[in-house]
Design a binder for this molecule. Sequence first.
Ligand code: ADP
Ligand code: ZN
Ligand code: MG
Length: 509
Amino acid sequence: MEYEAVIGLETHVQLRTKSKMWCGCANQYGSEPNTNVCPVCLGMPGVLPVPNEEALRLTVLTGYLLNCEIPRFAKFDRKSYFYPDMPKNYQLTQYDKPSTANGFVEFEFSSGAGVSPAQPGLSRVRITRAHLEEDVGKSTHFERHSGLDFNRAGVPLMEIVTEPDITSPDMAYAYLNTLTEILHQGGVSDCDMEKGMVRCDVNISVRPVGSKELGAKIEIKNMNSFSGVRRAAEYEIARQIEAVKRGEKLIQSTRRWDDVTGVTEQMRTKEDAHDYRYFPDPDLMPLAPTDDWLAEVKSRVMELPLVRKQRLMREYGLPAGDAEVFRSNVELGNYFENLAKQTKNPKAVANWIINNLLAKLASGTGVSPVQPDAHADGEFGEGQAGRAVPLLTLADLKFKPEALLELVGLVEAKTISSSAAQQVFAEMFDTGKAPAVIVQEKGLAQVSDTGAIEKFCDEAITANPNPVADYKAGKVAALNSLKGQVMKLSKGKANPALVGEILERKLKA
Ligand code: ADP
Ligand code: ZN
Ligand code: MG
């Protein structure tokens, strides 16, 4: 019998707020242990929580970004359990009345999965809910003792739960990349995985192909990169299929991924909601967002990255690769669009930005300037937020954006050759001078004077008998080498089209 995998993801994301969820302590990574703490986030008896409104806004914003419904009633509940990193002995979370529910995410992945996306080549995963809760402290285990750092305790944490719509490890990977891209660009979270700002648990079951019933759900924890999630899922699916083929009955349980050995091992068997004794927190009012409040949050919704990519392709005729660069780098995309609106040749502008400007900005960092999907394949540490930063940014540019349009215009009008244009670009990058001024100062204007070009052609023909003979013997490609010689003699200023014409005429004579 053939088996298929069913996967659902639970992703925790730390929100980008100045302060923690229930107190004024800084929400800041990297401080000395236990310096961002107070009686509230240390869970002292008798303290009262005050909700962080920005965290509520970011959660509802996430709801809008993920096509969710925003219920007009939500509340916080206590999830009781004991663990040393959580001194209150309960975690505040939204149990049965979350702030957002019933949405979906669409992303580029051809899965043939059951939930139909709007377009071919895309997949859709339904979002069960995105709810708000709080992070816990962090334990570190030393040789003879353990340390507890409560800086992270009470940091606003959002949990995004999917329906079991994911059918493969690759699809899970693609979903996670798109989800974090949306949250990062939306300002919801820095999604810096190296700093533990994104953590993901994977729920997996297997069933005979064609069966509608779900198998026993097994939850995998402890992955620290998206590629770790993919590897863990691959391992676990193979393990489960092998087990059921052996006749073993799988039971609901939680397993731990070991990234070094590449296997999952059992942590505990099934725990149910009643084990946590959820109940509404008596210290917190339920949430009833007003129309005005929701409208303010909604005004923060930006164009989704995938939508932008598709629009750039449609509106400006960009190839997918170019649109991908502008999709993943919002600022650069804005820079491009501002110029693209002012020209008939947006593709040429995109070329200059991607092939020349990016390389210049990045020069010195030793990284490839074009990383359209660096986030799509890195470890958590190389995620989009942690990507190698270019030495310079757009704000450092000495030339006005419109100078690029001028440069494109000079090439189009054949005033300068494309190799001269490279020189002009380098100079305007270094000095900020206008392209026309540089062309003038450096005498880069293209020579279209046939007399001068004829002279260079004669010189090249005399000096290069071999390519001449080759060409006459029928090797048409030999013309390129002669053309190159003429361009060299003219110091790159000869009009290449004219050079070709004149050379051919002379050689055929
Ligand atoms: P719990 O109550 O244990 O949290 P949920 O039903 O809320 O379980 O599901 C948690 C996650 O597990 C969701 O992402 C959901 O899509 C996924 N899930 C649920 N049942 C299965 C299953 N049988 N196989 C794979 N994933 C599942
Ligand atoms: Zn505090
Ligand atoms: Mg659940």
